[in-house]
Design a protein around this ligand. Structure first.
Ligand code: A3P
Ligand code: MG
Length: 435
């Protein structure tokens, strides 16, 4: 009835470790997860902006508060699935136990399949073996920018000898920001703010914490704080540091540590570079190349009734799907916990099967709405963010049941491209010394 852990039965293509930097190919129809082909919606032209409620005739280029807005109503986005090219990993980086950046995969972990009915105690170690990342340190896009600087030679546009040092992407951002965009048409609780800066033709998108999010963070209960640890503890039970090692639940959980993939892809006519944290990879040496070998781990409350199963499909699977679909991570392994924080069941969800799984749910989310909204939001951003200037921020804001609006800020507290990045990227490419 439900998805089962079938990954051992899959026959993998042989891995090609050198295939990481190439133009991504389109998802083929057989990889479609909702029975329709992933094709470009030909009727969607550049000027098809019927749902921009622009009251201002020329809202671009004028640095005054603007009245342009974008609707988030679901009906507007029930169109053909937009083109989404198969994401290709073009690199990775690691953050160590002190949150130091490394331009390599040293923090990669390996998935060790748990029993179907394990007894993982997620509360273990919360008091005495937990090092929590300092959430007040806002890192913005810094780690991705550091990765770009370290890998600049791979990213330069073709024919840049003329002097432009632009990288060959329309957007640079975190996968998590895109996940929020995908979920926006269905989100009823939490709004968002995204700071946008155009620099050398590329648009950088970095989240700004909303007032409400800051309050929620400050007022978290002790129980909520502990439950946030549970997801990381589950990772420790299901991952090993070495390819033939075993998980070590007696160790410390340190949430500074991260392994991040950097992928390139295209959504409609938007060339995207984004990075996202990856929990672990398949340890089979014959597993497909990244990102197809990656595994996302999740925890959720135990399911005891059909209503609870339905709620998982209608609400949680949206977020799980969006997060993993974006970078091309093919499966999510969920640990279901009881009230005492003990994982009592484990189930694998294949991203390509999720839209089938949710089909019979009443009034359910639709992948095409998520992707079309994201694509139209990015088009909206391109139209609005016209001044190419690292000191200018276009701040896009959204609250549930409202349209997306924006304001413009020059040399403000919202500026997020660091001087070191602007300086490095402004240097002539040939003055860049390779290690
Ligand atoms: P769960 O995924 O089991 O909820 P991720 O799944 O994205 O790899 O994140 C790992 C864990 O970080 C989560 O486990 C959860 O414990 C914690 N976490 C991530 N985002 C969070 C958020 N917005 N609020 C609370 N906890 C979060
Ligand atoms: Mg996870």
């Amino acid at each position: 009835m439900h998805s089962k852990a079938v990954m051992n039965q899959r026959s993998y293509r042989s891995q090609n470790p050198n295939s990481s930097y190439k133009r991504p190919s389109e998802y083929r129809p057989e990889q479609n997860d909702d029975g329709r082909s992933y094709r470009e919606a030909k009727h969607r032209k550049q000027d098809d902006h019927h749902h921009y409620q622009s009251q201002s005739r020329s809202f671009a280029g004028k640095y005054t508060p603007s009245s342009g807005s974008l609707s988030t109503r679901r009906e507007l986005y029930e169109k053909d699935f937009p083109l989404y090219k198969q994401p290709v990993e073009i690199g990775c980086f690691s953050l160590d136990c002190n949150r130091r950046f490394f331009n390599d995969g040293r923090q990669m972990r390996y998935y060790v399949e748990p029993d179907r009915n394990p007894n993982f105690n997620l509360r273990d170690g919360y008091k005495d073996r937990f090092t929590k990342r300092d959430e007040s340190q806002k890192e913005k896009l810094d780690h991705i920018l550091r990765w770009i600087v370290s890998n600049r030679s791979k990213l330069n546009s073709k024919g840049v000898a003329a002097s432009s040092s632009a990288i060959d992407f329309d957007f640079v951002t975190w996968r998590g920001h895109l996940t929020k965009l995908l979920c926006t048409p269905y989100e009823m609780r939490e709004g968002w703010m995204l700071a946008v800066t155009r620099f050398q033709g590329t648009i950088y998108i970095s989240e700004v914490e909303t007032e409400a999010a800051r309050r929620d963070c400050e007022n978290r209960t002790e129980k909520h704080e502990e439950m946030m640890y549970w997801g990381y503890k589950f990772e420790q039970y299901a991952c090993s540091d070495d390819v033939d090692g075993s998980p070590d639940p007696s160790g410390v959980v340190n949430t500074n540590e991260a392994f991040c993939t950097v992928v390139q892809t295209r959504l409609a006519d938007h060339r995207l570079l984004f990075s996202g944290e990856v929990d672990c990879r398949d340890k089979d040496p014959n597993a497909p190349a990244p990102p197809a070998c990656y595994v996302e781990l999740k925890t959720s409350a135990e399911i005891c009734t059909p209503k609870q199963r339905s709620n998982l499909h209608r609400f949680k699977l949206l977020k799980w799907w969006a997060q993993s679909f974006l970078p091309g991570v093919p499966r999510v392994v969920a640990g279901f916990r009881d009230h005492d924080g003990v994982v009592v069941a484990v189930e694998t969800f294949h991203i390509s099967k999720i839209s089938q799984l949710i089909k019979n749910e009443y009034n359910c989310w639709k992948p095409t709405v998520c992707m079309n909204f994201c694509s139209d939001f990015l088009s909206f951003v391109k139209r609005v963010a016209t001044e190419d200037n690292p000191c200018v921020v276009y701040l896009f804001s959204w609250e549930p049941r409202r349209d997306v609006t924006y304001s413009i800020h020059r040399d403000s507290e919202f500026s997020f491209l660091p001087h070191w990045y602007v300086e490095e990227m402004t240097r002539r490419p040939d003055s860049h010394t390779q290690p």
